[in-house]
Design a protein around this ligand. Structure first.
Ligand code: COA
Length: 498
């Protein structure tokens, strides 16, 4: 079976066990692996690395597209293989090691990693490990459910290990569009002018002599962990739909809107799902991760086209999508993440960008990454690429977390990922704050009135009133600004009177 997927006999004798392939990776190396939001990660070689490290300790720098599935980040962290991890993760086990200071995590805008590699600003990739559907006659690598950083990793690495995954359907072939920008400073414009633009190859073109080993696997991608929509997320989706409907009535958008980008996780998926019950139609996505909601929107006849860098689905949805791939294929493209997230393209296409905050403050600064200001959750991912460059930057979150002990609207965010300058619209289940054209004092009053949970609203209003009396363009009581966070730390609730 695997010989059908390795399309030239000259590669057949490069098939080895995962352990043999992993033996090419040695202490101190920088390894670039495929994998983006639990989709298309190399599966066998990282497991073999972890097993070896339990017997003979060694460490590597691991770069990927984004998070890995199949508990690989956890397994590698627990085997103490990782000295550095770049540029995103979403695993509780690895999160623990990062927050303990054991793994050095470099939290990067997802469009930037390969630009820095190409220009030797970060250590070069020694070996790339890439999951593939097939290797073409010429040695081109056909990725699986994600592209992420795989293409540049394979092109820039000295050696490449390919994992041919027989559980990944060969109907995925043809989805990918591999375009690598030319070198700076004489780079030509990236010719993506609509989500449908195909500008590259359907495979990763590399020097076939670099393929040092091929491993045959059959392990599936793990399913996405998103939860179904609930009342809170449905309310958030409703506020967004009402707002966009008003943009249409004002003549600023049409019912086709502009290409949509949606972030990762439960809330973003639920918000996208909410578009099913709106008057908007002929929608297009130019996004990063295509979640279940993308295919629900296709099935509802709302979405015409989706461009992303990975497909991350629940188990039931994955089976349906793979079975019906012929139906979806002409409406889908998977691109390298530097293209799906490229500032030039995002600005050109005028995306409506919807990402998720952990918390935001009364002036509209957003924290998407650091719980309590110190502890890494997942990473900034692509949210910064999109928020700064889109037509409109929307951030969503529930107004409270942890049974109301945490307010997601705070006097001052404890960590800033997206400054007030990159945030246009804030939405919680309570309501929506349209910050466009507002000065800080106006922003504060709008955010407190529209987005804060009733159990925290008066306290926020009181903070703002006392700060405003003291004066300033962006009034604050500096000595009190983080008191809500320190209250939570000391008393287990942010309530100021605790
Ligand atoms: N303080 C502390 N914890 C908070 C919090 C806050 N202000 N707000 C939410 N949380 C907790 C929730 O309680 C939940 O905890 P649990 O896992 O123990 O249940 C967890 O954070 C996730 O929150 P949830 O409400 O389920 O949201 P989500 O699944 O939509 O994820 C982010 C939200 C922010 C963590 C996620 O979207 C993310 O990592 N974003 C950054 C990267 C990004 O935006 N990438 C997309 C670009 S394309």
């Amino acid at each position: 079976m695997h010989r059908k997927r390795i399309r030239h006999p000259r590669f057949w004798d490069r098939v080895v066990s995962a352990e043999e392939a992993a033996s090419l990776i040695t202490d101190g190396m920088t390894v670039g692996m495929s994998g983006f939001t639990r989709a298309g990660e190399a599966k066998a070689v990282p497991m073999a690395l972890a097993e070896r490290a339990r017997i003979t300790p060694f460490k590597i720098t691991l770069m990927t597209g984004a998070s890995l599935g199949n508990d690989l980040d956890k397994t590698l962290a627990e085997a103490h293989v990782l000295s550095r991890r770049i540029p995103f993760q979403a695993d509780p086990g690895l999160r623990k090691a990062i927050n303990a200071g054991e793994v050095m995590f470099i939290d990067q805008h997802l469009s930037e990693t390969v630009e820095q590699l190409r220009t030797h600003q970060i250590p070069a990739i020694d070996i790339a490990v890439i999951e593939a559907v097939a290797i073409t006659e010429q040695g081109g690598i056909i990725p699986t459910t994600s592209v992420g950083n795989s293409a540049s990793f394979a092109i820039l690495a000295d050696k490449v290990i390919v994992e041919i995954n027989l559980s990944q359907s060969d109907t995925l072939e043809g989805l990918h569009d591999i375009y690598i920008p030319s070198r700076r400073p004489s780079r030509q414009p990236i010719p993506v002018v609509s989500p449908e633009s195909r500008v590259g190859f359907p495979f990763i073109p590399i020097d076939p002599d670099k393929i040092a080993a091929i491993v045959v696997t059959e392990k599936r991608d793990s399913s996405s962990t998103i939860l179904p929509p609930d009342d809170g997320t449905r309310n958030i989706a409703g506020h967004l739909a009402e707002f966009l409907g008003n943009e249409v009535r004002q003549g600023r958008l049409t019912n086709e809107l502009q290409p949509l980008q949606a972030g990762i996780g439960t809330i973003a998926n639920a918000v996208m799902h909410g578009f099913i019950d709106t008057p908007f139609h002929s929608l297009k996505m130019y996004s990063e991760v295509l979640q279940d909601s993308t295919f629900d929107l296709f099935d509802a006849g709302k979405l015409d086209f989706a461009s992303g860098s990975s497909i991350t689905l629940s188990q039931a949805k994955y089976q349906q999508v793979i079975t019906d791939m012929a139906h979806y294929k002409h409406k889908l493209i998977l691109r390298p993440q530097e293209i799906s997230n490229h500032p030039e393209v995002i600005r050109r296409l005028g995306l409506i960008c919807i990402n998720t905050a952990l918390e935001f403050d009364i002036y509209g600064n957003v924290n998407s990454t650091h719980v309590g200001g110190t502890h890494m959750m997942n990473g900034i991912g692509g949210s910064g690429d999109f928020a700064r460059n889109g037509h409109m930057s929307v951030f969503v979150t529930k107004s409270i977390a942890k049974d109301g002990k945490i307010s997601s609207v705070v006097p001052m965010v404890s960590h800033v990922d997206h400054t007030e300058h990159d945030v246009d619209i804030l939405i919680t289940e309570i309501g929506l704050a349209d910050l466009r054209g507002l000065a800080p004092r106006e922003r504060a009053q709008t955010i407190i009135a529209n987005c804060a949970h009733p159990s925290y609203r008066d306290d926020l209003a009181d903070y703002y009133r006392r700060a405003a009396e003291r004066g300033g363009h962006t009034p604050h009581l500096i000595e009190e600004a983080f008191s809500w966070h320190s209250n939570f730390r000391q008393h287990g609730t942010m309530k100021p009177d605790a």
